[in-house]
Write a protein that binds this ligand. Structure first.
Ligand code: FES
Length: 254
């Protein structure tokens, strides 16, 4: 009789037990879901952070892509037409630049003159002041007056770019006839192969090899000499190739 009563009581408790078990299972599954959502949230935040950091790192370190050799490119205007000597102003106070050999490697294009804005023939063969590295001979000016020269526009000290670094014509009251970088005061002489005039830079601005076709009065760039362009392990790496394989366009930096 007692046994039967107990059995009846047990049967009565059974649904409650099952209910409790189901409730625990739900709680466990809720907790699992919450943990899963939390984990996904952490992964998403982590991925976002990684992308942001990658962007920051990429802005500091140029991508390690590049090209296998120096291309020969015609200097053209923004419409793609070859530039002629008359397109270049002697001692132009504006900053005229072109990218070469990669997109993130800007260069100055200068038609050098005296203080009266007459072309000055640049002889070439001058020993370039390059205290941090070996010396080398400067390139001669090109064009009908041998006055057109070009160099990297990236400061060899810590990499400042135009307009922080720029050419000051001989008639200028400040830095006459020099390229000066206002980041820390480095100075270079474009009349003598872009050699160092004043530190903190220890390296000359790398020169761009230009040739002039007298028949068409057009200009081509085909190489660089001197130190490696600042911020690059070689002139040919650490940036994106130019979009054209036959020309590079000049532009003004303001
Ligand atoms: S970056 Fe040009 S002087 Fe320092």
């Amino acid at each position: 009789m007692v046994k039967e009563k107990k059995k009846a009581a047990d049967i009565e408790k059974e649904p409650k037990k099952m209910e409790k078990a189901a409730s625990s299972a739900n709680e466990i599954s809720d907790a699992g879901r919450r943990n899963f959502i939390k984990a996904m949230g952490i992964i998403a935040v982590g991925a976002g952070l990684a992308l942001t950091l990658r962007g920051v790192v990429q802005s500091i370190i140029p991508p390690s892509v590049g090209i296998s050799g120096f291309p020969t490119l015609t200097l053209v205007d923004q419409s793609g037409n070859p530039i002629h000597t008359s397109s270049l102003k002697v001692n132009d106070p504006a900053i005229v630049a072109f990218n070469y050999p990669l997109q993130n490697e800007p260069n100055f294009l200068l038609r050098l003159g005296d203080s009266s804005n007459n072309d000055v023939a640049i002889p070439g063969g001058v020993s370039v002041s390059n205290p941090g590295g070996s010396s080398y001979a400067s390139l001669a000016g090109q064009g009908p007056y041998k006055s057109v020269v070009a160099s990297s526009a990236i400061c060899q000290h810590l990499g400042c770019e135009p307009p922080n670094i720029r050419f000051y014509p001989p008639s200028s009251s400040t830095f006459p006839g020099l390229i000066e970088c206002n980041c820390h005061g480095s100075q270079y002489d474009p009349y003598k192969g872009f050699g160092v005039v004043k530190s903190p830079t220890q390296f000359a601005l790398p020169s761009v090899v230009i040739s002039w076709d007298s028949a068409t009065d057009t200009y081509q760039v085909s190489n660089m000499i001197g130190p490696t362009i600042h911020g690059h392990s070689s002139d040919l790496t650490g940036g994106t190739p130019l979009t054209s394989t036959s020309s590079t366009a000049i532009y003004n930096v303001t």
